[in-house]
Design a protein around this ligand. Structure first.
Ligand SMILES: Nc1ncnc2c1ncn2[C@@H]1O[C@H](COP(=O)(O)OP(=O)(O)O)[C@@H](O)[C@H]1O
Ligand SMILES: [Mg+2]
Length: 257
């Protein structure tokens, strides 16, 4: 059965999509089968990060039971990662329990090792603990962001949803909160730290995830550590994505499964 991760925060702009995309790619590169779902119903951007063209079918149609997973997902050619993109829509829609039950049935019957869901800022559907194995919380090392995370964790604790905390855009400046202060507020250990890295905006601009753009940049090293320490089996096979990525960019394209 796939391990379901929800990437969450109450604040926008902290790096949820960036972490969801790059962690998915890192796990896929370690030999796992990963499905990345754009669950940000307000401002879907997974497709933009991965260079996946707009389509008419995505997560909304999947949740509404209008299409099957096989028709809603797209393969990211350079990595082989499967993606259910969000579709920009004028009509607002709220994800209800019926949709979540449908989603769980679809995902749990699939062969993926990991299903990672990028989400919109804020809370989402109730009783989420039933649907996910864990929430991966993303925060910057600033008071406003960490305080938001603490409020979110109180909510997740009540739902018995396990959570981990990743700090993103860490600059190592004096004005940032120290790890100890954050751990005291969060009442748990920090799981991972990802530095502020110019490669990230550059890679997004080029629609190539930072992990494939430059494996040696500090952000990718942080993602690697997070993936290997907490999710992937150490020492598993890592294909040479740079070459594969380049070849598929030259010869590959968007491919439906
Ligand atoms: N580690 C990082 N270093 C530098 N810039 C980053 C980093 N993580 C995210 N960003 C930038 O922050 C912006 C917001 O990130 P995003 O992943 O879209 O946040 P969210 O999904 O939480 O709204 C992006 O434009 C990205 O370029
Ligand atoms: Mg986002």
């Amino acid at each position: 059965m796939p391990y379901l991760i929800r990437v969450s925060s109450q604040k926008g702009g902290v790096g949820k999509t960036t972490v969801a995309v790059n962690l998915s790619i890192a796990l896929q590169c370690s030999g796992y089968q990963v499905l990345l779902i754009d669950g940000d119903t307000v401002n879907p951007s997974v497709g933009f990060h991965l260079g996946i063209e707009d389509s008419n079918t995505g997560v909304k149609e999947l949740l509404m039971g209008k299409v099957k997973l096989v028709n809603a997902r797209v393969a990211h050619a350079p990595s082989g990662l499967h993606v259910v993109p969000g579709v920009l829509t004028q009509e607002e829609y709220i994800v209800n329990n019926e949709m979540m039950q449908r989603f769980t049935a679809i995902v749990k019957n699939s062969n993926y090792d990991f299903v990672i869901v990028d989400t919109a800022p804020g809370y989402a559907v109730e009783h989420m603990g039933k649907y996910y194995n864990e929430a991966l919380l993303v925060s910057t090392p600033e008071m406003a962001s960490v305080a938001n995370i603490v409020r979110l964790t109180a909510w997740f604790d009540r739902m018995h949803l396990e959570h981990k905390l990743v700090l993103n855009k860490v600059k190592g400046k004096r004005y940032e909160l120290h790890d100890k202060e954050i751990e005291e507020m969060y009442e748990n250990r920090i799981t991972g730290k990802l530095p502020e890295d110019d490669i990230v905006p550059l890679s997004i601009e080029d629609h190539i995830p930072a992990y494939l753009y430059s494996r040696r940049c500090n952000f990718s090293k942080g993602i690697d550590k997070l993936a290997k320490t907490y999710y992937a089996v150490p020492g598993s096979k890592v294909p040479t994505m740079r070459r594969r990525g380049l070849l598929s960019l030259l010869f590959g394209g968007r491919r439906r499964h």
